[in-house]
Unconditional design. Structure first.
Length: 242
């Protein structure tokens, strides 16, 4: 009966690409053109930062950027580069109230994080400050984290981490300014410490830019007793110096 109902729905509302609205074979999917437009990040990449290498020099390599400025988190992974179709999807999710996009994006994140999820004890989304959450009405990282929990079975702790400082928008700030802007921005609530202590945390967000937000959030979780922090995002900014 469910299959018949789905067939009727597909006739009335044919499935379409979540990016360009072109016809697709199934709902909550990308058409072949938009799929091909995503710049997927696959090995070889830096095992710490998850940034791609131009040449495959073997497994387990660390990039010069990670050696020169080691991140607070242990490992970071992302589905794709933050450009083109990926940028459009992130912006629609974050600013266009398109929470329906989170299903497809979260499924892709589960695949990109396949070496992180088996090690994770807890999934924690990067939180918004309460004033920004009030104006936006939802936390895009929280929505993606829900999909990842559903896909992986790893427990979700949506309120373990709080954003206690109302920071400036990070767009346009230098790396140093971003780090300063986020100083003391995150805190683990005392009631959440038992859930965090000794756990390996998978920190979830939509985009990884310079890593300042991930570092600040990871630092707060480690101070609360977490054993290690990994980071999983849908997209990440990749520069020549990454």
């Amino acid at each position: 009966m469910r299959t018949s109902l789905r067939g009727v729905i597909d006739i009335v509302y044919p499935p379409s690409c979540i990016a360009c609205q072109a016809a697709t074979g199934q709902a909550q999917a990308l058409c072949s053109q938009c799929w091909g437009a995503l710049s997927f990040i696959e090995r070889p990449y830096c095992e710490r930062l998850g940034t791609p290498f131009a040449v495959d020099l073997g497994e387990g390599l660390i990039s010069p950027a990670a050696i020169a400025d080691p991140p607070v988190f242990a490992r970071a992974r992302a589905v794709c580069r933050f450009d083109g179709t990926a940028r459009e999807l992130v912006h629609r999710l974050k600013y266009g109230d398109r929470t329906d996009l989170a299903l497809a994006m979260g499924r892709m994140m589960a695949q990109a994080g396949r070496d992180l999820l088996p090690d994770a004890d807890l999934i924690v989304p990067v939180p918004l400050h309460r004033t920004r959450l009030w104006s936006r009405r939802f936390n895009q990282a929280g929505v993606l984290a829900q999909i990842l929990t559903r896909q992986s079975g790893v427990a979700l702790a949506p309120l373990a981490l709080s954003r206690i400082k109302r920071t400036r928008q990070q767009v346009g700030l230098t790396r140093a300014q971003r780090a300063d802007n986020l100083q003391g921005a995150f805190k683990v609530h005392p009631a959440a410490r038992p859930d965090v202590e000794g756990r390996r945390i998978l920190l979830v967000d939509d985009v990884l830019t310079t890593g300042s937000t991930a570092n600040a959030a990871a630092r707060a979780l480690l101070r609360a007793g977490a054993s290690a922090i990994d980071v999983l995002t849908f997209a990440r900014v990749v520069t020549d110096g990454s």
